[in-house]
Design a binder for this molecule. Sequence first.
Ligand code: BES
Ligand code: MN
Ligand code: ZN
Length: 517
Amino acid sequence: MVHERGSNGDPNSKQYAILEESSFQVMSSMELRGIDTPRLEWSGDCLVIGLFEDDVELSGDLAELDRKFNGVLSELIAEVEFKGKEGSTAVTRTGTLPKKVAIVGLGKADGLKLDTLRRSAAAVARLGKREKAKTLGISLPVWNSDRVQTAQTIGEGIELALHQDNRFKSDTEEKGSKLETIELLGLGGQDAALTCARQIALGVILARELVAAPANIVTPPVMAATAEAIAREYGMDIQILEQEDCEKLGMGAFLGVAKASDLPPKFIHITYRPEGTPRKRVAIVGKGLTFDSGGLNVKGAGSGIEMMKTDMGGAAATLGAAKAIGALKPDVEVHFISAVTENMISGHAMHPGDILTASNGKTIEVNNTDAEGRLTLADALVYTENLELDAIVDLATLTGACVIALGDDIAGMWTADESLANQLAQAGETAGEKFWRMPMEEKYFDGLKSGVADMKNTGPRPGGAITAALFLKQFVKETPWAHLDIAGPVWADKENGCNNAGATGFPVRTLVSWVLS
Ligand code: BES
Ligand code: MN
Ligand code: ZN
């Protein structure tokens, strides 16, 4: 297959082809299944038991298991003073078969959270890998008597924790044996839920790998080629609008940002259509800056400019969600949209102070070229609203101000629609991804008033994430709409739950859960 490359003849750009194979191929050789073998009878390399906090006394079949292992299980609990604290693990040899037994803490039994299972499963998968187990048996409780949701969540935790991105390392030989089979005890017959988990994980992993790959690999043409590959794989419609198409639609805001780049902008629109009449019709719109230098308001030293390859995190999650939805085939029509470009510097660059006209006719005074995401989203939102859908959700690494407000783990959510707010909150809870509703404080729009145009693109520093949301609001008239500022959670400095250090794939799981709900 021939792809349009970011820059012809660049020996570095060949590496992007790895995106199609992805590190996931390696991982998918691992088999994950549910079985109903009792804990006492399971055989394999390492058996893992989940234990609640303040309930680490071994009774019933666990007492029997302890006897079978000549007391090493109770010894282990005493020796490491195991209290069942969420995420804590311990492992020991049994002297018999299975060779090893491990315990994982689940926190308080009361109000067990779905995400606790996901995090515990992730911890257990990492333990299995560390212990070089080929076969791992995992016994965790069922959440809320819901075996389907339990199996799906545990599956996600395992698959995502085991994902390792070695695309850019030349020596990736792993030593010792690899996890071959993971069996979930008590979850026999849940193969469909585990398949669903894997399809969601594949979407999350795609998003992670797009975000983690640098800007010389993941360029706007590579984003478009990736979208095309996904659409082809799942038989979805796709339209890539080229610069001329965007010009015809009057997308002056998007194209203003794209002006200084040597790479062509790409406006991506994938459509998933179910068979029969869709239950609802929605859009997911992602900010897609493959690099954000700041433009002529260039990002200085200490600004984190070297992390600005992550500024297409919204678009990456949009494509990740498209991949998962394409595989899961729900009865919902979903549009996946992103205006993809780079924010660069050159003699063609927009100047600070330029006035741009968006595709809805509104004029924007660009008082800061580094507030570029909202310019690209303006035209993407106008385009999306013309599709006359039931709801639009945009996701964007939009502001440093949102990171200051909510930190690295929590995304900001802005919406005037209570129902959409509740749906997304519920989806986030199920997915184990955190959102905090922020105010759409209309009065703050004063900060965006311009003397020469309809609005400025940048307000004062205080409330910077709120004025960004208010700016976007000018481009959505009546469709129920929510804006998610994901600047913090797209990247993790250290391992956390099922996220490994690096790109997280946030919020693919929430988006999928929302579409399915
Ligand atoms: N892509 C950045 C936002 C960002 C900052 C994402 C840090 C991830 C980490 C965005 O385009 C930007 O530069 N925003 C400016 C806006 C300002 C000029 C109004 C910011 O947040 O400083
Ligand atoms: Mn910027
Ligand atoms: Zn940006």
